[in-house]
Design a protein around this ligand. Structure first.
Ligand code: SP5
Ligand code: ZN
Length: 342
């Protein structure tokens, strides 16, 4: 059982899409409520989320997009459709900005893939997932703990200011990071999900204050393909405050650890005084949709190296789809933080 305060809200389970488009056909949705249940079962006393309202969400996300998330499923049903709301046309190729009303147009406007359907409980679940991140952050800001775990689900790191994608709707890590920055913290985000955190990168791409560092599968071969290449370093005033460390399929702890050392050097150089870790356990050797080869014991090693930064740390849950091993992998990761002096 973990001794780090952990936060979760039952309402996060309300999101249950049936299927996603993959390999040219419909397959069962990989980001299931059972993932969160499996992780939750590792904790004796999960603490519920407090409600910080919409304001911190709007600190990161576009108001039109948030309204879309709230209403899309209802509009989908009102337009006579069954199943989950999902787009099929995207305005990606030199389209001028339009303000269309049709639900199918809006689904294209506000998403970038077909893996992120909007189901009946999606808004409720992603709203509470974000509140869980904010509640876990507040435990740190209020001085009650140095390390805090937000059992976020749905995950967030693929969601941008005005789009969903990759099972993500609201960017929990970015919302918490923005809130921490508002409270005067100097923030760094370390994203160690298997997939590049394109949404988080995008949100802070021109921001010199928030450092975004990501270790992930080489996007030439892996989702989300169009972001996360090593040349992407931030833009304008944010030039140099994005660091991408892509690794090839098959990566094991030795090579992973070398990238982690680089990431930690960059975080220390940024002189951050609060670290948000976007943690995905989809780097696990048995993950059904990913291709790194990390083992359960590696997660403890990774966390203890991060803990050596000696910073307040908010851990935000992202991906991880080997459901049977997921609880133990998360527990192994969090155990790497136990030894840090308060
Ligand atoms: C948060 C996160 O880890 N998102 C990952 C999104 C990856 N989506 C693309 C890969 C789709 C693989 N889908 C397999 C479905 C099996 N039923
Ligand atoms: Zn992932």
């Amino acid at each position: 059982m973990s001794s780090i305060p952990a936060f979760f809200d039952e309402r996060q389970l309300a999101h249950e899409p049936l299927q996603e488009l993959h390999n040219g056909g419909w397959t069962p949705y990989a980001e299931t409520p059972s993932r969160a249940r499996m992780i939750a079962s590792e904790f004796a006393g999960l603490r519920p989320a407090r409600d910080f309202g919409l304001e911190p969400l709007l600190g990161v996300h576009d108001p039109g997009y948030v309204e879309f998330l709230r209403s899309a499923f209802i509009e989908w049903r009102a337009s006579g459709r069954d199943g989950d709301a999902i787009g099929y046309t995207w305005p990606v190729v030199r389209r001028r900005k339009l303000d269309l009303d049709r639900i199918d147009a809006k689904l294209g406007q506000y998403s970038y893939d077909a893996a992120t359907p909007i189901a009946e409980g999606t808004w409720e679940a992603c709203y509470w997932s974000a509140q869980t991140a904010l509640t876990a952050l507040s435990a740190i800001l209020d001085g009650n703990t140095r390390t805090s775990f937000a059992l976020c689900r749905p995950p967030g790191h693929h969601a941008g200011r005005d789009y969903c994608g990759g099972y993500c709707y609201l960017n929990n890590a970015a919302i918490a990071a923005e809130r921490a920055r508002h409270s005067g913290r100097r923030v760094a985000i370390l994203d160690i999900d298997y997939h590049h955190g394109n949404g988080t990168q995008d949100i802070f791409y021109e921001d010199p204050d928030v450092l975004f560092v990501s270790i992930h599968a080489e996007p030439a071969t892996d989702y989300p393909f169009f972001w996360g290449h090593k040349e992407e370093r931030g833009e304008g005033p944010g030039d140099g405050t994005t660091l991408n460390l892509p690794l090839p399929r098959g990566t094991e702890i030795h090579e992973y650890g070398a990238a982690l050392d680089q990431a930690l050097i960059a975080i220390a150089a940024h002189q951050a005084d609060l670290l948000v870790v976007s943690f995905g356990a989809d780097t696990f050797v048995d993950d059904p949709i990913s291709n790194f080869r990390l083992r359960q014991e590696d997660y403890c090693v990774i966390a203890s190296r991060i803990a050596a930064l000696n910073l307040p740390i908010l851990v935000v849950m992202e991906g991880g789809y080997a459901v049977d091993a997921l609880g133990h992998n998360v527990e192994a990761f969090l155990s790497g933080f136990y030894e840090v002096p308060a």
